[in-house]
Design a protein around this ligand. Structure first.
Ligand code: NAD
Length: 290
């Protein structure tokens, strides 16, 4: 279990792979973009030449890719992970993707003796760098137990939430709550300012009462200052709201507030704010009012 392959060395995957190197694992990484591989090498890891090369050697394989199509391409297509995996490979997908895609990947893996977990994360770039992510894991209990040591390098809150796909469902729930809180904090700021009440004083009081949240704690100052450097991009949150709505449809439930938040995030994107932090929802609420 000492040889880890890591595919997807972006904002999140890069520091996660580096933390595994620091913890003593032999990590070989691959990314379409050469910069991520170079940074891993500087951190003491190995540069892999491609998916096949990494997977053949790996006891544990981690992917941290943008979305479902990239995971399907890397894992399921000819020349991908499943074609080259050693029997018994432990494959942990930490990307945020659709729960039904995670289930399909797990079934395809099981047919070939590959143990598959979906393990999306929350905690952002800072959590990835500090190794303090929250990790929600779907899959078999034995496979979760086998993955625990590796996951403990990457996160501090690590919970086995159910069978394959359950990790992604919990992440979808996380993202709809986060989107909703951002939208309401934005509306609170617009209301306070339009009423000529100091938004700093107003939100300070909110943060100490029942309306308090980590988003208010961490983001109220930058939102009031209109600083929207990402962080977590609007584009990625747009993707996650699509996942939440697809999961709701599959589960046969209506989530009306989630639908509205998804539209507001879509508007942020349509207004050209896709690469800003998702707190830029404030720009959409302001524009509705002008
Ligand atoms: P990112 O775009 O920075 O990184 C993704 C990396 O995957 C890129 O470096 C890209 O080159 C690489 N990639 C894409 N297709 C590939 C392929 N076919 N083969 C090899 N490499 C490929 O994205 P990120 O911010 O690191 O996010 C990764 C995942 O984590 C997403 O699903 C995102 O929703 C989730 N996430 C992100 C955050 C955050 O704050 N950024 C927080 C929690 C979860």
């Amino acid at each position: 279990m000492n040889t880890v392959g890591f595919i997807g060395l972006g904002i999140m995957g890069g520091p996660m792979a580096a933390n595994l190197v620091r913890a003593g694992y032999s990590v070989t990484g691959y990314d379409l973009a050469p910069g991520g591989v170079e940074r891993l090498r500087e951190a003491g890891g190995n540069a892999g030449g491609g998916v096949a090369e990494i997977v053949r050697e790996a006891d544990v394989l981690i992917t941290m890719l943008p979305d479902s199509p990239q995971v399907e391409e890397v894992v399921l297509t000819p020349g991908g992970v499943l074609e080259h995996a050693k029997p018994g490979l432990l494959y942990i997908d930490m990307s945020t993707i659709r729960p039904d895609t995670s289930r399909r990947v797990a079934q395809a893996g099981a047919a070939l003796g590959v143990r598959v977990l979906d393990a999306p994360v929350s905690g952002g770039e800072k959590g990835a760098i500090d190794g303090t992510l929250s990790i929600m894991v779907g899959g078999a209990a034995d496979d979760f137990a086998a993955a625990r040591q590796v996951l403990e390098v990457l996160g501090t809150t690590i919970v086995h939430v159910g069978p394959s796909g359950a990790g992604q469902t919990v992440k979808a729930a996380n993202q709809l709550v986060v989107g909703g809180i951002y939208a309401l904090v934005a509306e609170a700021i617009v209301l306070l300012e339009a009423s000529e009440v100091d938004p700093r004083k107003g939100l300070d009081v909110l943060a100490g009462g029942l309306a308090g949240s980590r988003i208010l704690d961490l983001k109220r100052e930058t939102m009031i200052k209109r600083e929207f450097r990402p962080g977590f991009r609007v584009d990625l949150h747009h993707k996650d709201m699509g996942i939440a709505l697809a999961a709701a449809r599959e589960a046969g439930v209506a989530l009306p507030v989630t639908g509205l938040i998804a539209q507001l995030i879509a508007a942020a994107r349509a207004q050209g704010h896709g690469s800003l932090d998702h707190s830029a929802l404030l720009k959409v609420i302001e524009r509705i009012n002008r």
